[in-house]
Design a protein around this ligand. Structure first.
Ligand code: KG4
Ligand code: ZN
Length: 334
């Protein structure tokens, strides 16, 4: 029934996480163990190191999230993601399911990022009480993915476009690396950008005309040429100008889709949704066009078990599917 308690497990990339969600609404626990310290010296996620770290941490993380709670269902992210991490998540989910004698459900990680927009953080408590309104255009922007979807209703998705090369977060990470700012790049580039002039350098806005596809490797290359050709650069101006180009492109594409599909709602999820300029620009454009823009709360923008538990709840409630397909799929589509 609708008051079930769900354990959500997330291991698709570089966060090992587990959470307990009650009645599809109340977040009881959400334990996140990030592997940033392991990957930062490479300025990117190293798959083999990620799998091992998930294997080392997953039992501890799941145990901590579970506490003494009685659960009715286990949901885990079965794709898309790194194969090693997905396998660890599946084994952990199967172990809990067998021990507690409860069904198991595999969910799409990106659907998790979408439904994370329903969470709201109020007075230190997080609850999923900001129901998404359909139809909507969803922009999922993270370190591994940049996708635009037309979401007609729950479970009724149409992929409009995705990135042909780098994901948006990946572009932030690579530019941070070029500037020697560290990893992950998004937060440091955004911080540096606060001190800079977004109009100092004109980086390209790759619109991929006539499609909803994205391409960000050109912006990154433009930044590297700029750094090669200029001696006295101001890092803050490079960051501000780069960020402006990224944000302008993401907002323009999203609202092209809004126009074409005549929707009144937009939802933005994924790690890059933590970007303040992106949020400000999306909300402003939304107000101008009478479109409601919903962002994932900052605390749940990165990978986490809470969003997997919520996506599992939706699947269970609307599709009534469980114990069906728990096969992992690194290239899973929505
Ligand atoms: O969703 P996420 O935690 O992991 C994936 O599923 O990929 O996203 C991580 C990505 C990183 O590339 C990081 O640089 C980016 O999100 N990111 C940001 C910001 N905070 C994190 N990008 C831009 N601005 C930010 N404030
Ligand atoms: Zn993610």
């Amino acid at each position: 029934d609708k008051d079930i308690t769900i354990l959500g497990i997330e291991t698709t990339c570089d966060e090992t996480s587990a959470a307990i969600l009650k009645s599809g609404r109340d977040l009881v626990s959400n334990v996140v163990h990030t592997q940033i310290d392991i990957h930062k010296k490479y300025c990117g996620v190293v798959p083999e190191l990620a799998s091992r770290a998930h294997a080392v941490k997953v039992a501890e993380v799941v145990k901590e999230a579970l506490g003494n709670h009685k659960i009715d269902l286990v949901a885990f992210a079965s794709g898309p993601g790194l194969p090693g991490g997905l396998m660890v998540g599946r084994v952990a989910a199967e172990a809990v399911s067998a021990l507690k004698n409860v069904p198991i459900i595999g969910v799409n990680h990106l659907e998790g990022h979408l439904f994370a927009c329903e969470f709201d953080a109020k007075e230190g408590k997080i609850a999923a009480d900001k129901q998404l309104k359909f139809p909507l255009i969803a922009l999922i922007v993270s370190g591994g993915h940049t996708e635009l979807w037309y979401v007609k209703n729950y479970g009724d998705y149409k992929m409009l476009g995705r990135t042909r090369d780098d994901a948006a977060g990946e572009a932030f990470d690579k530019v941070a690396k070029l500037l020697g700012l560290g990893y992950p790049g998004g937060p440091v580039v955004a911080k540096e950008a606060l001190k800079g002039n977004p109009e100092a350098i004109k980086f390209p806005r790759p619109m991929m005309k006539g499609t909803f596809e994205f391409s960000f490797s050109g912006i990154k290359t433009a930044v590297s040429y700029y750094l090669r050709d200029h001696k006295d650069i101001k890092k803050e101006d490079v960051c501000a100008s780069f960020q402006a180009a990224m944000v302008e492109t993401l907002v323009a594409k999203t609202f092209q889709a809004v126009k074409k599909y005549k929707v009144k709602n937009v939802a933005v999820g994924g790690g890059v949704a933590a970007n303040e300029l992106l949020k400000e620009s999306m909300v402003k454009r939304g107000q101008k066009e009478g479109v409601d823009v919903s962002f994932v709360p900052r605390a749940l923008s990165s990978d986490n078990g809470a969003m997997i538990a919520l996506a599992g709840y939706k699947k269970f409630m609307f599709a009534g599917k469980f114990n069906a397909n728990i096969r992992i799929n690194p290239n899973m589509r929505i």
